[in-house]
Design a protein around this ligand. Structure first.
Ligand SMILES: Cc1cc2nc3c(=O)[nH]c(=O)nc-3n(C[C@H](O)[C@H](O)[C@H](O)COP(=O)(O)O)c2cc1C
Ligand code: SF4
Length: 481
């Protein structure tokens, strides 16, 4: 899918010596030292790299914003986001398994460039394999002098969707539940003591350093701008610095340069995760990577995680790029594609996605928790054949208000994905309203616990998870039923 795999080498990198010889390890941090912060950021800007955590924000611009003096007072921190909670996505774990060293080096470059006091590499406590590999890589990179001078701490966080949301992530690093706060990390960062909007400030200790004193006046009133980047973004940074922005620009499209690590799951023959050049037709990517749907079946719908509008089966000629997917009302997201064939019931799929977002919503913003909950209930009624046109209208109204006073993007995801399903598949809705839909198959939320060798295991515990984040049955390991 790409002539020379970069982020996912054919053979996993197992030592820092291997990383140096086979992967140009250490070249990125040397280059960043040589260039200095301004020129390093310029290289990233020239490369056109966009964040791979889902939003696609230009990385050079993000880093430049953190370096300006008006970004706020106090210290700076950097965070690698490896929470990977988006349904249909397994790319960060694949990258960390294939080569964790490239991520550590990218994080070290980020810390050096924005002048950070400390860096955090965040995984989930359930990611056993990745935690082991990253811990070894971190130790070896530090000993070899390739991890820079800024301390990097490995954080293993809880298995909640909002742990991956950048403001929730900061709360979790500080030891709290991953509840998104009000202001973005570049304004109100880690261990910030400045008020968010005047009333919620509290003095806090950094938790490290011999001279730390939380009651010290110097520690009060700092906003500590913090850079949060996805694991894949940071791995890209490493290779862009080592090879140059022109190399990156030689791949992809002008607005979506480079390659991306794509996951394909759902009704496909061989679920897979592979590196693909941006700009290729999506249908071709799905076919080549996963073998497509079973013979005699056709693709009915594709979802890019649960954060974007649905892509219909007749739209698969669309280039896999930020701009082309946005133009058809969808998005690249984190390039995790969930495929449904023509046997799928889009009302059931909408109910399943809506329930996921309802359960994972934290409830700090009433319109989000109540709205996603109500939409889920009405979808359940319609799915069961007990719904009416009025229920569909109520869903439409709730979709308009679910984002009211939202602290984070989660309810926007509900709005985008559910509204698009109802709009694009009115026949499925009508069939349920007229009790014509034969109950045919069950649906597992495609939150991935394991993926390899053409097989995927979904996290079955999600079905037991309740809206208060407890589980209705004792929680076993991810993937367990
Ligand atoms: C509900 C929710 C969940 C998210 N989960 C993740 C995640 O698991 N990993 C991730 O990198 N970004 C996730 N994001 C996006 C982050 O908030 C943030 O935009 C990203 O880490 C920034 O990195 P980037 O600029 O490199 O893309 C999530 C966002 C939302 C709204
Ligand atoms: S918008 Fe929803 S998920 Fe986000 S903070 Fe508010 S209640 Fe929580």
């Amino acid at each position: 899918m790409i002539d020379e795999p970069v982020l996912l080498p054919d053979q996993a990198v197992t030592s820092v010596a291997d990383y140096r010889t086979r992967r140009r390890g250490g070249e990125a941090i040397s280059r960043a030292r040589e260039l200095g912060p301004g020129a390093t950021i310029k290289e990233l800007g020239l490369s056109g790299l966009r964040g791979r955590g889902g939003g696609g924000f230009p990385t050079g611009r993000k880093w430049a914003g953190l370096r300006t003096d008006d970004a706020g007072g106090g210290d700076r921190f950097v965070v690698a986001n490896g929470a990977e909670g988006e349904p249909g996505t397994f790319k960060d774990r694949a990258i960390l398994r294939a080569d964790p060293y490239q991520v550590v080096e990218g994080l070290a470059v980020a810390a050096l460039t924005v002048g950070a006091r400390a860096a955090y590499l965040c995984l989930k406590e359930s990611f056993d394999v990745e935690i082991g590999r990253v811990a070894i890589a971190l130790e070896e990179m530090t000993e070899a002098g390739l991890a820079g001078d800024v301390p990097i701490t490995l954080v293993n966080g809880p298995d909640h969707y909002l742990y991956g949301e950048e403001k929730g992530l900061l709360a979790a690093i500080e030891g709290d539940a991953p509840l998104p706060r009000l202001l973005p990390p570049y304004v109100h960062g880690l261990f910030a003591t400045a008020p968010q909007l005047g009333w919620s400030a509290r003095p806090q200790s950094y938790g490290f350093g011999p001279d730390e004193d939380p009651s010290d006046d110097d520690d009060v009133g700092q906003s500590n701008p913090t850079l949060v980047n996805n694991v894949e973004t940071l791995a890209d940074v490493t290779h862009i610095l080592a090879r140059g922005p022109e190399w990156y620009r030689s791949l992809g499209t002008p607005q979506s340069p480079g390659a991306v690590v794509v996951t394909v799951v759902g009704d496909v023959r061989r679920p897979a995760v592979t590196e693909v050049e941006l700009g290729r037709p999506l249908g071709e990517v799905i076919e080549e990577l996963s073998g497509g749907v079973a013979s005699g079946r056709t693709i009915k719908a594709v979802f890019s995680g649960v954060a974007n509008g649905v892509i219909r089966g007749d739209q698969l000629g669309v280039p896999m790029s930020y701009e082309a997917l946005a133009a058809i009302g969808s998005g690249l997201g984190s390039a995790g594609f969930i495929v449904y064939d023509d046997t799928a019931d889009m009302v059931s799929v909408a109910r399943m996605f809506s329930r996921f977002l309802y359960v994972e919503s934290c409830g700090q913003c009433p319109a989000c928790k109540f709205g996603t909950g109500e939409i889920t209930s009405y979808l359940e009624r319609i799915e069961a054949g007990a719904g009416s046109e009025v229920d569909v209208e109520i869903i439409g109204r709730r979709l308009e208000t679910v984002t009211d006073a939202n602290r984070c993007y989660l309810p926007v995801e509900e709005q985008l994905v559910i509204a698009s399903i109802l709009r694009e598949f009115p026949g499925d809705v009508a069939a349920h309203l007229e009790s014509r839909w034969p109950p045919s198959r069950s649906y597992d939320l495609p939150k991935i616990a394991e993926l390899g060798d053409g097989r995927v295991v979904y996290d079955r515990r999600q079905a037991d998870k309740q809206p208060d984040w407890t589980y209705s049955s004792p929680a076993g390991p991810p993937g367990g039923g």
